[in-house]
Each structure stands twice: as structure tokens, then as C-alpha cells.
Design a protein around this ligand. Structure first.
Ligand SMILES: NC(=O)c1ccc[n+]([C@@H]2O[C@H](COP(=O)([O-])OP(=O)(O)OC[C@H]3O[C@@H](n4cnc5c(N)ncnc54)[C@H](OP(=O)(O)O)[C@@H]3O)[C@@H](O)[C@H]2O)c1
Length: 273
């Protein structure tokens, strides 16, 4: 076990192990295929950056100053509890270029062996399935091969290119077209139900997050705030869309991790009705 974290909320304050802090939530039991639980997770700097433009590659990536192993442990714990992970085609494009932050969990390293064991014990498949959102269907096949140990689905629009759909299908990927001009949060939720998934971990960026929030189908937000200021003008925050009225959140839990130079807090929120 590593250095504990301090639970600040709910009271009373108490030191708890980092390992297990999110695993004990039992997220996989809180939803069902009829009403799947959808949760997102981000790490941000104090000034709200979840990604910044890398001057060398021209790509956006999670700032090195905030990415850290203790947050990554919780990221893995959230993955351990889902039936499916929802990601974007951008992740696979970065993976193909060797620029992705890491391979999708659950990690096969020794540090995460307990999580693989947890999945088996709980009757979950060894690895969560993957749903990739894409309009372009520009998804490098060689990157998909890196996660060939799991079921892969692509959710795309009715306008998607036939040839690309055929190529992905030949590669063992199930492509599903959403009705209408664009994919909505409702279409994504309907797809989860159709495929029998009860818990879904959304790890894409601000556009997919906005799509879920606009439809009101996101149940839980996990947000790590790393106590760093990053600055710069080219960056992403957790949300890029428009809401008719401000989305309001209830705090469910808050932990302080003082082990890093600057420290970080781990917050969990639900959405107010
Ligand atoms: N710090 C963190 O915790 C964290 C977490 C997640 C992501 N990030 C960072 O945030 C940045 C942006 O991530 P992202 O590109 O995954 O974010 P995103 O803005 O959510 O997703 C962008 C891509 O997803 C597809 N997409 C989005 N909405 C869609 C819709 N309604 N229908 C169909 N396809 C849709 C599109 O793929 P096509 O272009 O193929 O059509 C689009 O290019 C990256 O640098 C990433 O590393 C940081």
C-alpha cells in the first residue's frame, strides 16, 4: 500500500488507502442495461487545463506537469468497474503515432493485478469492451490491434463513409450508425442498452463530455484537480459545449493527496436533477 489520502468529505476526516478508494464504490452494480450508469473522469490543473498543445508534435496532450501515477491508479480503478469504455477516434490516432498517454486499462502491470482479479471475482469480462465515437472513421487499424483482447464497437453517423465501415467491419469491429445528422447522448445511451452494458466509463475529451451533458445522460463526474498552474492559450477544459442553463453538481466525496510536490484533490460529483 502507498501513502494514504485524507478524506475531507463526507465527514469525519479520515486517512484512507489510495488503493480501493474508488474501487469500493461498486459502480458496476449501480447501473443495469435498462438504465446504464455513465461516468466520466478527468485530471485538470488549477487553471482548468486537461490538455495543452505540444509545440513539438502539434497535438494536444495531458500536461506532463499534472499526469501522475496516483491519479492513474484511480483511473484504473474506475476502469475496473465498467462493462465498457467510451473513447474517441482521436485516442486511436494518437496511439498509432505512439503519442497516446497509455494503453487503455485495465493495466497488465503488477500494480493493477488486484484489479484484474476484482473483475474476475465480480463476474466481469477480463477487459472492458470499447466504444469509439467517430464521424470521420479515421481510425488506424494497427492501433485497434493493440486492444484486440476486447470487443470493439464504433458509433458513427448516418453520413459515415461506406468503404470505411466495410474496412472496420472486416477487421472485426462492429460499426453502428446513429440516426440523424450527428450522434447524441441519447443515441449513445440507447446503444449501451442495446448491447447489454450496465456501466460505462467515458474517457474521451470535452466534445463527447458535452454531448452527454447536453442530453442529461451523464450520471457521475470524477475530477482530479492537480495543484499546478499551466497557462498557455491553446488548451482543452472538461467541457466544450453549450448548456441551456448551468449544470449544477452535488459533491459526493473529496480526498486530499499531499504526497506530490504540489498536492491534488480527488472529487466525485453527481448531477442535480
Ligand atoms: N486530462 C484528462 O483527464 C483528459 C481526459 C480525456 C481527454 N483528454 C485530452 O483532451 C484532448 C481532447 O480529447 P478527445 O479528442 O478525445 O476529445 P473530444 O473532443 O471529446 O473528441 C474528439 C473526437 O471524438 C469524435 N467525436 C466527438 N464527438 C462526436 C460525436 N458527437 N459524434 C461522433 N464523433 C464524435 C470525433 O472523432 P473524428 O474526428 O474521428 O470524427 C472527434 O475528433 C486530448 O488531448 C486528450 O488527451 C484529457
Amino acid at each position: 500500500m502507498s501513502v494514504p489520502i485524507l478524506r475531507l468529505y463526507p465527514a469525519p476526516q479520515e486517512e484512507v488507502a489510495l488503493e480501493g478508494a474508488y474501487l469500493q464504490l461498486g459502480l458496476h452494480k449501480q447501473g443495469s442495461p435498462e438504465n446504464p450508469l455513465i461516468y466520466s473522469n478527468y485530471i485538470a490543473s488549477l487553471d482548468g487545463r486537461i490538455s495543452v498543445k505540444d509545440e513539438e508534435t502539434g497535438e494536444f496532450k495531458v500536461p506532463d506537469a499534472i499526469a501522475n501515477k496516483r491519479d492513474w491508479r484511480l483511473y484504473q480503478e474506475l476502469a475496473a468497474q465498467c462493462d465498457v469504455m467510451i473513447t474517441s477516434a482521436r485516442y486511436f490516432r494518437q496511439l498509432a503515432k505512439g503519442q497516446a498517454q497509455d494503453l487503455l486499462p485495465v493495466g497488465k502491470e503488477k500494480a493493477y493485478a488486484d484489479l484484474l482479479e476484482f473483475r474476475r471475482r465480480e463476474g466481469l469480462s477480463d477487459q472492458p469492451a470499447i466504444i469509439i465515437l467517430s464521424r470521420s472513421l479515421d481510425i488506424p487499424l494497427k492501433a485497434l490491434d493493440k486492444v484486440s483482447d476486447r470487443d470493439i464497437y464504433v458509433l458513427t453517423t448516418s453520413a459515415a463513409d461506406e468503404g470505411k465501415v466495410a474496412q472496420l467491419t472486416q477487421h472485426g469491429v462492429q460499426c453502428i450508425r446513429a440516426d440523424g445528422e450527428d450522434i447524441t447522448g441519447h443515441a449513445l445511451k440507447a446503444m449501451l442498452t442495446q448491447l447489454g452494458f450496465g456501466s460505462a466509463y467515458m474517457i474521451a475529451g470535452p466534445e463527447v463530455h458535452a454531448m452527454l451533458l447536453e442530453a442529461g445522460v451523464l450520471d457521475r463526474l470524477f475530477l482530479t484537480t492537480h495543484h499546478s498552474l499551466i497557462g498557455g492559450n491553446q488548451f482543452h477544459t472538461i467541457f466544450s459545449g453549450k448548456l441551456e442553463q448551468a449544470g449544477r453538481m452535488n459533491l459526493v466525496s473529496l480526498y486530499y493527496d499531499g504526497t506530490l510536490n504540489a498536492g491534488q484533490i480527488f472529487a466525485q460529483y453527481t448531477y442535480c436533477e
